[in-house]
Design a protein around this ligand. Structure first.
Ligand code: PLP
Length: 374
């Protein structure tokens, strides 16, 4: 683990062995010859894009996917030859740079392609056509549009139809009705495509784990479960292999005091004690991503659950302790301590959200430390 300029004890610890475990297990689960696209958008769901990408590639992923041009360029500086796909929108102004940097772009508009053709491209630009089969986010929605787009790309010498893909809205749910509709719609596009491109990919994590293996096509886009988290409760109870969570969040006790009945804690004095209580202070607050809605959430100290009390401040929060502890005592906000564990899923429930959101919103003020044993 690297530590040179970090002094505050609040840190996220990312277990790269867990990332590798999850990718290796997926590799065994999917059909042979199906590639793994490691989805490392949003700084690898808050885990750290470069380190996660390296671990995923070491474990058998062959391609990386991000959401934006900026994320792709960041990855490119560390991985000069790896295939990188931008899943989301890229402006026409990025095309020249993408071609130069060998970054693959998602395309869904013929007008976009016509605009790009007016730009001077020094190298060929690889494109993946996005089909909207029911997500209604981005993508071509009908076959005529699709064929016109395909034709516009394939008649240009500088543009390559490298892939075709779609994205499912309900792959993680038990009810298959909407999902099957999307599958059927996508297949209509595949029936008319003049020439099958290098890679067709439709499977997100949920699809790759619990659906018909034929939907793995040439590659699967492995996101949330690479980080050891299930896409939904339904997938969680139908996992083909156990996942290892990679993200923990730790800090230390930096202040402690005993307060007496009638005394309150924090802004607004919203938490008042009825008995003498030890109140501990942790150097983490909403500017770190511990948003105020987490008030009441347990943390671990000496393997015991204790609650965050009062309003969470920007940089600090307070916990109610059953007894006195020494300053510097280790506190785990997410992860294991002795026989107890607080999961990202528990945090997600606390704020009425999904596990995806939890590590994503831990801000860059919290340094990421990487754990791996060789
Ligand atoms: C984010 C994203 C994924 C990964 O989804 P998971 O549920 O994390 O596997 C796959 N495909 C697209 C298009 C995405 O935007």
């Amino acid at each position: 683990m690297r530590n040179n300029k970090h002094f505050r004890p609040t840190k996220a610890i990312i277990d790269l062995n867990a990332i590798k475990h999850n990718v290796c297990q997926l590799k065994k689960h999917i059909l042979p010859n199906v590639q793994i696209i490691a989805v490392v958008k949003a700084n690898a769901y808050g885990h750290g894009d470069v380190e996660v990408a390296k671990a995923a590639l070491d474990a058998g992923a062959s391609m990386l996917a991000v959401a934006t041009p900026e994320e792709a360029l960041h990855i490119r500086t560390y991985f000069p030859t790896t295939e990188i796909l931008v899943l989301g929108y890229s402006p026409v102004s990025f095309a020249t740079c993408a071609a130069k940097e060998n970054i693959i772009l998602t395309v869904y508009s013929k007008e976009w392609v016509e605009q790009v053709k007016k730009h001077a491209l020094d190298k060929p630009l690889k494109l993946h056509i996005k089909v909207d089969s029911g997500m209604n986010r981005i993508g071509v929605t009908n076959v005529e549009e699709f064929l016109a787009l395909y034709e516009s790309i394939s008649t240009s010498e500088k543009l390559i139809v490298d892939g075709i893909f779609t994205h499912f809205a309900t792959a993680d749910e038990e009810d298959e009705y909407y999902f099957q509709n999307q599958v059927n719609r996508f297949e209509k596009f595949m029936q008319v495509v003049p020439k099958k491109p290098r890679i067709v990919h439709v499977a997100n994590t949920a699809t790759s784990l619990i659906k018909d293996p034929r939907l793995q096509y040439d590659a699967v886009r492995f996101g949330i479960s690479m980080y050891g988290l299930a896409p939904s409760e339904f997938v969680k109870s139908n996992l083909p292999f156990p996942l290892k969570p990679a993200f923990s969040l730790v800090t230390e006790l930096v202040a402690i005091k005993k307060i007496y009945p009638g005394e309150s804690v924090g802004y607004g004095a919203t938490f008042t004690v009825e008995e003498p209580t030890y109140i501990g202070t942790l150097p983490i607050g909403y500017a770190d991503g511990l948003i105020r809605k987490y008030s009441g959430q347990d943390v671990l100290i000496d393997g015991q659950r204790v609650p965050i009390v009062g309003r969470i401040c920007m940089d600090q929060c307070m916990i109610a302790l059953p007894t006195e502890y020494n300053l510097g005592e280790n506190v785990v906000l997410i992860g294991k301590q002795k026989n107890e564990e607080i999961t990202i899923d528990e945090w997600a429930k606390k704020i009425d959200s999904i596990n995806y959101e939890v590590p994503c919103i831990i801000t860059s003020r919290v340094p990421r430390f990487y754990y791996k044993n060789e």
